[in-house]
Design a binder for this molecule. Structure first.
Ligand code: GLC
Length: 753
């Protein structure tokens, strides 16, 4: 006898429930705080918990103090580990978090979050991976597979376009269709299709006038196009239109109404015909199936907290980005060191809001540094609250000259960067910039260590010896940073977001954060590096940038650099330095079409490679299946597009070592009634086809012939600029049915050649 799947069991249970009982199972709060076994003996509660950097396990449900949680490992922020570009590391992070979740009896973690860093001001940028959807999607897929492979569900969030905190619960994001699919949904597709998360959380905001939790186009993409069968849950209190949501594919509200309220609401919706019982059943079946799977996956574990603390350090070490180094780094342990900055004794190691974790054991940077250099001295230098402190600064300027090296721990204070609100600028506190600037006037070996969730401006960049980006390094980020500073670890992090020279250079600047009702994504697909590259705009540090203590080169390996049939890139990487190290090979592509506007450059492949000094390796990178595709707003789906594809391969979007070109021209032009005659006759043979098509329409034939007139103005204005529909207005014999027949015949002919 065939064993019943969890879906079969769920369907059987639903048949035995009343409508009132089913209605209750649409709310997370019912599943987590009531004895659902009373509704049906086959049911058991489940428990969800944040977040992307560790478990925020409330001591009791709905505690107002969201920070009153059980201690757990605080891992680096996603903006940190997104800079690792290390698929296997992120998968392992998912596994470690799963072990902790099992111990805390958490069935599903509310992570990963893959929203795009559209503006550097985004308050939750620390919680997101990248400004690039391909990188975000690749890493999130690993996270999900690692976590779910270890028996704990993942909840991919926030679907979609939760790119600002300002008015997040009502703002309407106005996004054109192609941008929505190529940027803001693209980061979710691979994690959904290949990660297969147990849950997907819809975003608070609206997209093009519909709240995400009940946005039919958005949920149809998820359910119909991507075939997602799991639970779709709202973000907190975001089920604005429950009926529309359930019909579109929503299945669970977070936290959802109380038992009595949700029962009344569903009964009323059914009574007024807004919802059918079968639609409620489908949602409840998904929730029950999820609960059954969670119950089956539970194991009792006891994880080794020290081992997890040490793994958090490994994650931080892989994520640290060496932005600048004049050779001052790595430091020798015999050097005399002065440590400056309140952040060296009061570290910033995580972001604020729902992802906040009570760390198991928080390291202090000054203490960790003194393990390497016991004689290291410390001066506060500035006050973290940003208050002017001339005496603190004066002490550093007076004392600093007595040390080989001065290390300034700088960064963004907690309260400036958090869930719930966006930043107002991307500057470090003025007191920190003033101190660094003044110090470089009296000292040639000033090292800046940064602790920030997202990009910052660096007005002193030309004057300091080195800058190391630690992002929010988690509970053991301090020792990770010291290991990099003294060379125990060779840094290999690469920026997953661009550092612009000034905020106003960012493409979203004129549109962010919108007005009280809506925000227009006026920059379209040109998000982050896609904009800076298209305009060749200088930046502090480009996307994909990150230095090493050794050097690497890339050459052709003798095989074709790009194989467009198998969608691979092949090259030879060599470590030409004196130290072992890791480098990230990055593959970008830009489609060029003569006579058409720019297409954004896009990352389509990357691999992190570890090599000993002098070692070489041939590397074959898998490319994004959509490398040669764009989203068509005519056919409303992804399509292969003709054009000249210029590939650039290197160690950042600007540090290019190899190039290659692939020309695609064999995709037939699909015409329609508004196709431009000038575009059509560029296609070989199309002019003759149109001559045949217009053989019964002499006026249209005349206009077609004019495209060949030796007078360019006549050829263009009376010929090329015309469309099939405009010909209809000068040629009474050309009717809609004729145009439909012409379009049909030409498209069929195109496909047949
Ligand atoms: C928040 C966040 C979401 C989090 C949820 C539960 O509002 O937007 O990321 O998972 O609430 O804490």
């Amino acid at each position: 006898m065939q064993t019943m799947t969890s879906k079969d069991i769920a369907k059987k249970i639903v048949l035995e429930l009343s409508l009132e009982q089913k209605a209750k199972l649409l709310s997370q709060v019912v599943w987590e705080t009531t004895d659902v076994g009373e509704l049906h003996p086959g049911l058991d509660k489940f428990l969800l918990a944040d977040g992307p950097s560790g478990i925020r396990r409330l001591k009791e449900y709905f505690d107002e103090d969201i920070y009153n949680t059980k201690p757990s490992t605080c891992y680096p922020s996603p903006s940190a580990y997104g800079s690792s570009w290390n698929r296997s590391l992120i998968r392992k992070l998912g596994q470690y978090l799963a072990l902790e979740a099992h111990q805390e009896e958490v069935d599903t973690m509310l992570a990963p979050a893959v929203n795009i860093k559209r503006s550097p001001l985004g308050g939750r940028n620390f919680e997101y991976y990248s400004e690039d959807p391909f990188l975000a999607g690749e890493l999130a897929t690993e996270f999900i597979q690692g976590m779910q492979g270890a028996g704990v569900g993942a909840c991919l969030k926030h679907y979609a376009a939760n790119n600002q905190e300002t008015r997040r619960m009502n703002i309407n994001a106005i996004i054109d269709e192609q941008t929505l699919h190529e940027i803001y949904l693209a980061a979710f597709e691979k994690p959904v299709k290949e990660g297969k998360p147990d849950m997907i959380m819809t975003a608070y905001n609206q997209i093009n006038g519909e709240y995400c939790a009940s946005n039919k186009e958005l949920l149809d993409t998820l359910r119909q196009s991507w075939g997602y069968e799991g639970v779709v849950v709202t973000d907190c209190f975001a089920a604005h239109d429950l009926a529309q949501g359930i019909k579109a594919g929503l299945s669970l509200q977070m936290p959802g109404e109380t038992e009595s309220r949700i029962t009344e609401r569903v009964q009323a919706l059914i009574a007024q015909g807004s919802l059918r019982k079968e639609q409620v059943d489908q949602a409840v079946i998904r929730n029950i199936e999820f609960a059954l799977r969670s119950a089956n996956n539970r194991v009792t574990t006891q994880y080794d907290r020290e081992a997890h603390h040490n793994f958090a350090r490994q994650v931080a070490e892989e994520s640290i980005v060496l932005l600048k180094n004049d050779g001052t780094l790595p430091l020798a342990q015999k050097e005399s060191v002065l440590v400056v900055g309140e952040l060296a004794v009061k570290p910033r190691f995580q972001g604020g809001g729902s992802s906040h974790v009570n760390p198991y054991r928080l390291e202090i940077p000054l203490e960790e540094l003194r393990r390497q250099v016991p004689s290291a001295d410390f001066l506060q230098g500035y006050a973290l609250d940003g208050q002017p402190t001339p005496t603190l600064q004066a002490a550093v300027l007076a004392e600093g000259i007595n040390y080989d090296t001065v290390i300034v721990y700088a960064g963004i204070p907690d309260l400036i960067e958090s869930e719930g609100y966006d930043r107002r600028n991307i500057q470090l506190p003025a007191v920190q910039n003033q101190l660094i600037d003044a110090l470089t006037e009296v000292h040639k070996h000033v090292i800046v260590v940064l602790a920030n969730g997202s990009v910052v401006e660096m007005p002193w960049i030309k004057k300091v010896a080195a800058v190391v980006e630690g992002y929010l390094g988690g509970e053991s980020g301090a020792s990770a940073m010291v290991n990099v500073l003294f060379g125990q670890v060779n840094p290999s992090g690469k920026l997953a977001e661009t550092f612009p020279l000034v905020l106003a250079d960012n493409p979203s600047y004129l549109y962010f954060p919108g007005n009280q009702d809506e925000v227009c994504y006026g920059e379209g697909r040109f998000v982050g590096y896609k904009h800076y590259e298209a305009l060749a705009k200088p930046v502090f540090f480009p996307f994909g940038h990150g230095l090493s203590y050794t050097q690497f080169t890339l050459q052709e390996s003798g095989k074709p650099v790009i194989d467009s049939q198998n969608l691979t890139a092949t090259c030879l990487i060599t470590n030409v330095g004196k130290l072992a190290g890791k480098e990230v090979i990055q593959v970008y592509v830009e489609r060029k079409v003569s006579g058409q506007s720019h297409e954004p450059k896009k990352l389509v492949g990357f691999e992190k490679i570890e090599l000993f000094e002098g070692e070489s390796q041939e590397v074959q990178l898998k490319l994004d299946p959509k490398t040669f595709m764009s989203y068509s707003t005519i056919d409303h789906e992804w399509e292969v597009m003709n054009g000249t594809y210029v590939f650039t391969i290197g160690f950042s979007v600007q540090d290019i070592h190899l190039t290659a070109e692939i020309i695609l021209s064999d995709k037939p032009m699909v015409i329609h009634a508004d196709s431009n005659i000038g575009d059509m006759i560029k296609v070989v043979g199309m002019y003759d086809q149109l001559k045949v098509a217009f053989s019964q329409h002499p006026i249209s034939l005349r206009f077609l012939a004019l495209t060949q007139d030796e007078d360019p103005l006549k050829a263009i204005s009376m010929g090329s600029l015309m469309t099939l529909n405009t010909l209809k207005r000068v040629d009474d014999t050309l009717l809609d049915c004729d145009i439909e027949a012409i379009v049909h015949d030409i498209n069929n002919h195109q496909r047949s050649v």
